[in-house]
Write a protein that binds this ligand. Structure first.
Ligand code: IPE
Ligand code: IPE
Ligand code: MG
Length: 231
């Protein structure tokens, strides 16, 4: 099935590299962790705005496997923010029909948080209004290697299904990175084969529904050709 058909059936798949929490905080003379806390508010706004922007799947880069290189206090704080976020949001996700799925490694996540992640996935599993995937301890290269090791027959379709975590071939339509950086940082390498890229100068804590709408608006002006030409 051509890539564009898969995407349009289900809504857009938008992937977000939520960058700039630390710089946002430093600019305001706050500790970096305050930037992460405020970043959670931006996550709320973006999830709320996703359905009216034709988004069916939102993949959020929350913690890369390379982020383990950060100071342990920052790492601990990030995981505790995630834990309280899950506790606060899961019931409202169920109400709103939002399905929550985690991608990335789980074996290095503390047992307590891992149990909450699995419970959140279970509770929200029938959600059909929007799929929110959270990439945690995530490395695109490693995910590809691990999926290939488990596949009896490595076809592009089989690999796409295995990587999606939702049993669907759903490539990224639009990749947004905030805070002015213009790189992938090992995110969704396979899934971004034909993604449109949008780089915003806004630091993540200041990103909101309006900024998301502008990014989707820019995407809708793009001419996606998938290697073909107009006939
Ligand atoms: C993104 O913000 C959040 C994570 C990577 C967890 P950063 O923490 O990377 O913020 P900057 O890039 O240092 O400003
Ligand atoms: C990428 O941001 C990871 C997340 C947003 C979770 P980083 O801030 O870690 O990426 P680099 O180090 O600038 O490439
Ligand atoms: Mg960063």
């Amino acid at each position: 099935m051509p890539v564009e058909e898969v995407s349009e059936d289900n809504g857009l798949h938008v992937a977000l590299i939520m960058d700039g929490n630390g710089r946002w905080a430093t600019l305001r003379k706050f500790p970096r962790i305050y930037g992460h806390k405020m970043g959670i508010e931006a996550v709320r706004k973006v999830i709320e705005a996703a359905p009216r922007n034709k988004i069916g799947m939102l993949t959020l880069y929350a913690f890369s496997s390379d982020n383990w290189k950060r100071p342990p206090e920052e790492v601990t704080h990030l995981f505790s923010l995630l834990k309280s976020y899950l506790r606060q949001e899961v019931d409202s996700f169920v109400e709103k029909g939002i399905r929550l799925v985690f991608i990335g490694r789980r074996d290095r996540i503390a047992e307590g948080l891992r149990a909450e992640i699995e419970a959140a996935e279970q509770k929200t599993r029938y959600g059909e209004a929007l799929i929110v995937r959270i990439a945690l301890d995530y490395s695109g290269r490693e995910q590809i290697l691990m999926a290939l090791a488990d596949l009896p027959c490595a076809t592009p379709e089989a690999l796409s299904f295995a990587l999606s975590g939702v049993g669907k071939d759903w490539p990224v339509d639009l990749l947004i990175r905030t805070s002015g950086e213009q790189r992938l940082s090992d995110f969704l390498l396979w899934e971004c084969a034909y993604a449109e890229f949008y780089f915003s100068p806004i630091h993540w804590p200041d990103f909101d529904g309006k900024a998301l709408g502008e990014a989707v608006g820019a995407y809708l002006q793009r001419d996606r050709r998938f290697g073909s030409i107009k006939t």
